[in-house]
Design a protein around this ligand. Structure first.
Ligand code: ADP
Ligand code: MG
Length: 325
């Protein structure tokens, strides 16, 4: 099967999406940004051996790729519109492509993306990139900058689960672990659920935002730096799932602070908007938890059982350092 046959067979969506003037099949896509809206663009890559274990099911890779990329749009309070896909593959393995493209197109559909183009190349390793394009009312995109002293820090969902899911894949889970709890944590690792709807519903209330891809300490650190403020984080308030607490009671809090790939949102809101934000999240049945406060003094203070514990904490993932250090 040649490159063009491969694209036609697996990556030609059945229907064109909203705003797509020209999609897959030309030299470029032509897209219509509605008046009064701005385009938000972000790209994410998964590299075999770095982000996923060889032999990971292709459908899982597709779901992780699209979900993780979409999380960046949630962090900007943007709505998904279009997606382009760059694939580097060692060979054109048809069952692999069939499963990958089926899952990718399905996930795009669920999250509101039209696949409008891409690039397909052969290479020694499997490398997958998704560029996502989202829309936001002009001037309304969330940023990492904008947090003010006194803002409350909120996180969505539960933290550390994805790290726990990875642990169950790398090492045998504790013997007493319930299969349902193992499955839940693995699901969090394989299938990021970007908080798109929550972001859109909270759009007007938030001062600063980031999504949690590398771990709360590191990602909140980026937000603090961009906003030129500090924070006090209450470690005992971090939302932990029952599954994570059951399987890894010793590590749960550390993974909530520094485990990667939760793809939850970390938001700062002024105190007078707090209860509205919490009500909105409750109505969507999405956990949203106050975990700390923005301070005028820079630096990140972590408080556990009333004592400041910063210094004894693991830091977040950085690809260009050799390990979590
Ligand atoms: P060019 O050589 O002009 O860059 P290509 O031959 O790479 O074009 O691609 C042909 C068409 O197929 C383009 O519209 C491109 O966007 C699309 N395409 C290529 N690979 C993919 C893919 N993996 N998924 C979706 N569309 C793709
Ligand atoms: Mg061309």
């Amino acid at each position: 099967m040649g490159e063009f046959e491969l694209i036609r067979r697996y990556f030609m969506p059945a229907q064109v999406g909203a705003g797509v003037v020209t999609g897959v099949g030309d030299d470029g896509a032509v897209l219509e940004v509605p008046p009064g809206q701005q385009l938000v663009v972000s790209i994410d890559t998964l590299v075999e051996g770095v982000h996923f274990l060889p032999d990971t099911a292709p459908a899982r890779l597709a779901e992780r790729l699209v979900g993780a990329a979409a999380s960046d749009l949630a962090a900007m309070a943007a709505t998904p519109a279009w997606l382009t896909l760059a694939l580097t593959l060692p060979q054109a393995d048809e069952p692999w492509l069939e499963a990958f493209s089926g899952a990718l197109l399905r996930r795009c559909d669920e999250l509101g993306f039209a696949l409008v183009g891409g690039d397909t190349t052969r290479g020694p390793l499997c490398v997958l990139s998704a560029q996502v394009h989202g829309l936001v009312p002009s001037g309304r995109a969330w940023r990492r900058r904008g947090a003010l002293a006194g803002d409350r820090i909120l996180v969505s969902g539960t933290l550390g689960d994805s790290r726990g899911g990875l642990e169950t894949l790398l090492h045998p889970p504790p013997p007493a672990a319930e299969p349902a709890a193992i499955a839940q944590l693995r699901q969090r690792f394989y299938r990021p659920e970007p908080r798109l709807e929550l972001a859109q519903r909270l759009r007007e209330h938030v001062h600063a935002a980031i999504d949690l891809s590398d771990g709360l300490l590191g990602d909140l650190g980026h937000l603090l730096e961009a906003s030129a403020v500090g924070a006090r984080l209450q470690a005992d308030r971090l939302p932990l799932s029952p599954a994570l607490q059951q399987l890894y009671p010793q590590q749960a809090q550390a993974w909530a602070l520094a485990g990667g790939e939760d793809f939850e949102l970390c938001l700062t809101v002024p105190p007078e908007r707090l209860s509205r934000c919490l009500d909105t999240a409750r109505a969507l049945a999405i956990p949203l938890t106050e975990v700390g406060e923005i301070t005028a003094a820079t630096g990140l203070q972590v408080v556990r059982a009333g004592a400041t514990v910063l210094g004894a904490l693991p830091s977040s993932w950085d690809h260009f350092r050799s390990k979590n250090e």
